[in-house]
Write a protein that binds this ligand. Structure first.
Ligand code: SF4
Length: 484
C-alpha cells in the first residue's frame, strides 16, 4: 500500500495564531516536511494518526475528525469532487491493518491554540516523562493494546488535557426517569412514529402550526430540520418552541455545519430552559448544496460525534466543554442521524457505534428503500452488540412522484432507491402518488418485523397531509385514531 501522499494533500491547512520563536517555527517546518508526505499531515497540532490508520483526516472539507459523513462513497467526496473521501480511505486502511477498533476513539474538538505549531518538543518531553526505555519497549511490544496504551501515554497529554479527553467506552445515561414523551414511549416498548416538518421560509407560522395540529395525534414527536440543503429557514429552535406551545413534542435538529462549540452549548442550554428535550445532532448538508453565492466551506469547528459527546457531558457530568460547572444541567434525550447505505455496512456500523459511545440514545436513519441492505446494516450493529444501547427509528419517505424519486436517488447523498422501486413509480404514471403511498406502507410493514427497529421516522416533507393516512393504514395510529 503506498504510504506517500500527493503534495497538494499536505499543504498546511492553518497558520499559527501566535508569535513563536524561530526555533519552534523551524521545527514546525521540518515536522511538516516529514509528516506531510508520509501521512498527509496538515499540522493540526492534535495528532490522531494512531486512531486513523496513519492517514490525516484534516483534508475532509467538512472538518470531520470522527468518521465519514452520510454522503461518503468509495468514489469521491461529495463536497469536493476532485478528491476521494479521506474517511473512506481511513476506514479501508484501518480494516486492512486490523486497526478498525481504534476508530471508536471519540476525538474531542480541536484545541486551536495548538493548530499549525510543532508538537515534537512536547512529544520528546512526554517520552522523557514516561521513560525512553518504557516507551520504546511498549511500542515494540507484540501486543496491540500495549502499543496503543504506550502511544496514548505520550500523545494524549500532548494533544488534550486529561479533563476533556475522549475515549472508546460506552457511557449509559446518568438519569433514571425519561426526560421526554418520546423517550418514555420508547422505554415502554411502543413502536413509535416520528415525522419531519420543514420549517417555514418566512416568519409566517400558519402552515407550520396547521401541520403540527395535523400530525400531533399520530406521532410521538415532530422533527424540525435545521436549514436543510444549507438553505436558511426558520430556526429549528423557534419551531420547537412553537410546537411545545401547540401541545406537541418537538425533536430539535442541530447541524454542526452552522455551529461553533460556543454556539452549540449556548443553544442547548437555552432550548432546555424553554422545555425542548429531544435534540438530534447531525453534520448537516454541506454548504456546497446551498444557494449561490457559495459561502466558505472550511469554517468548521465541531462534528456530529463531538456534538453528542459535548451534550452528554453537559447533561450527565454537568460541565461545559471547558470544564466549568453547570449548576442546573440541561435535560436532554440525545439523538443522531444514521446512514445505513452511505458506505460499506461494516464501516457505517463503526461510525454508529462511535456515536452511541459518544452519547446517542436514538437514531433516526436516512430513508430506507432497500430492506436487504438495511438488514445487513442492522446485523453489523448486532455484531457490535449495540442494539440494546440505542433506539432505532427507520426513515421512511413516501414518494409523491417519479421526479422526486429520481431526485432523491441521483442527487441526495447517502440515498439509494432500488431500480425496481423506480420502475414502479415510472409505470404508475399519473397514479405515482398512490404508488408511492403503497411502497411506503410495504416498507413500514417490512421494517416493523426487523429486530432492533423501534419505530419509524416519516419524512414526507412538503406532503405532511399524507402522514395521518399512512399511520392509520399501517395500523400504528393510537387507539381512537384508527378511523378517519
Ligand atoms: S465525503 Fe464527507 S466525510 Fe468524506 S471527505 Fe467528503 S465531506 Fe468528508
Amino acid at each position: 500500500m503506498p504510504i506517500f501522499t500527493p503534495a497538494r494533500r499536505w499543504q498546511p491547512a492553518f497558520r499559527p495564531f501566535k508569535r513563536e520563536s524561530f526555533g519552534r517555527r523551524a521545527l514546525a517546518a521540518v515536522e511538516l516536511a516529514v509528516k506531510g508526505p508520509l501521512f498527509g499531515c496538515r499540522m493540526c497540532g492534535n495528532c490522531l494518526l494512531q486512531e486513523t490508520a496513519f492517514i490525516c483526516p484534516m483534508e475532509c472539507p467538512k472538518g470531520l475528525r470522527n468518521g465519514p459523513c452520510g454522503g461518503s462513497t468509495p468514489e469521491r467526496c461529495y463536497v469536493d469532487e476532485t478528491r476521494p473521501c479521506v474517511w473512506y480511505k481511513i476506514y479501508e486502511r484501518a480494516f486492512q491493518m486490523g486497526r478498525e477498533e481504534m476508530l471508536l476513539e471519540v476525538l474531542p474538538p480541536l484545541d486551536w491554540d495548538k493548530v499549525g505549531g510543532e508538537t515534537w518538543l512536547d512529544v520528546i518531553e512526554q517520552v522523557r516523562k514516561v521513560g525512553v526505555k518504557q516507551f520504546v519497549g511498549g511500542m515494540l511490544s507484540g501486543d496491540a493494546q500495549t502499543r496503543h496504551d504506550t502511544w496514548q501515554s505520550v500523545f494524549q497529554p500532548v494533544r488534550q488535557p486529561d479533563w476533556w479527553r475522549g475515549d472508546a467506552e460506552y457511557h449509559p445515561p446518568a438519569y433514571d426517569e425519561p426526560v421526554s414523551e418520546l423517550e418514555r414511549r420508547l422505554r415502554v416498548g411502543e413502536f413509535v412514529v416520528t415525522a419531519e416538518v420543514s420549517p417555514p421560509m418566512s416568519t409566517a407560522t400558519g402552515r407550520l402550526l396547521r401541520n403540527v395540529d395535523l400530525l400531533k395525534p399520530y406521532v410521538a414527536a415532530i422533527n424540525f430540520t435545521d436549514s436543510p440543503s444549507a438553505t436558511p429557514r426558520m430556526s429549528s429552535l423557534a419551531c420547537s418552541v412553537l410546537t411545545l406551545e401547540q401541545g406537541a413534542e418537538p425533536v430539535m435538529q442541530i447541524a454542526a455545519r452552522d455551529r461553533t462549540r460556543t454556539g452549540l452549548q449556548a443553544e442547548v442550554i437555552g432550548a432546555s430552559a424553554l422545555g425542548v428535550r429531544n435534540v438530534l445532532c447531525l453534520s448537516g448538508d454541506s454548504g456546497r448544496m446551498g444557494p449561490a453565492p457559495l459561502g466558505r466551506l472550511d469554517v468548521v469547528d465541531i462534528d456530529s460525534v463531538q456534538m453528542l459527546w459535548i451534550l452528554r457531558r453537559m447533561r450527565d457530568e454537568g460541565i461545559y466543554l471547558d470544564g466549568r460547572e453547570i449548576k442546573s444541567p440541561p435535560k436532554l434525550f440525545i439523538g443522531a442521524a444514521a446512514s445505513p447505505y452511505a458506505s460499506r455496512p461494516e464501516f457505517q456500523a463503526i461510525r454508529e457505534h462511535k456515536k452511541i459511545n459518544a452519547g446517542a440514545q436514538f437514531f433516526q436513519t436516512n430513508v430506507v428503500f432497500d430492506i436487504g441492505g438495511f438488514e445487513v446494516w442492522l446485523n453489523e450493529l448486532a455484531k457490535r452488540d449495540v442494539l440494546d444501547k440505542v433506539y432505532i427509528l427507520a426513515g421512511i419517505a413516501p414518494l409523491k412522484s417519479l421526479r422526486m424519486a429520481e431526485y432523491m436517488h441521483y442527487k441526495v447523498p447517502g440515498v439509494s432507491i432500488p431500480e425496481a422501486v423506480l420502475k414502479r413509480m415510472e409505470r404508475a404514471g399519473d397514479g405515482a402518488a398512490e404508488e408511492g403511498f403503497a411502497i411506503a406502507l410495504e416498507l413500514i410493514e417490512q421494517v416493523r418485523r426487523l429486530e432492533g427497529v423501534n419505530g419509524i421516522h416519516l419524512m414526507a416533507v412538503g406532503w405532511e397531509e399524507v402522514v395521518p393516512d399512512l399511520v392509520r393504514e399501517a395500523g400504528l395510529a393510537p387507539v381512537g385514531k384508527s378511523e378517519s
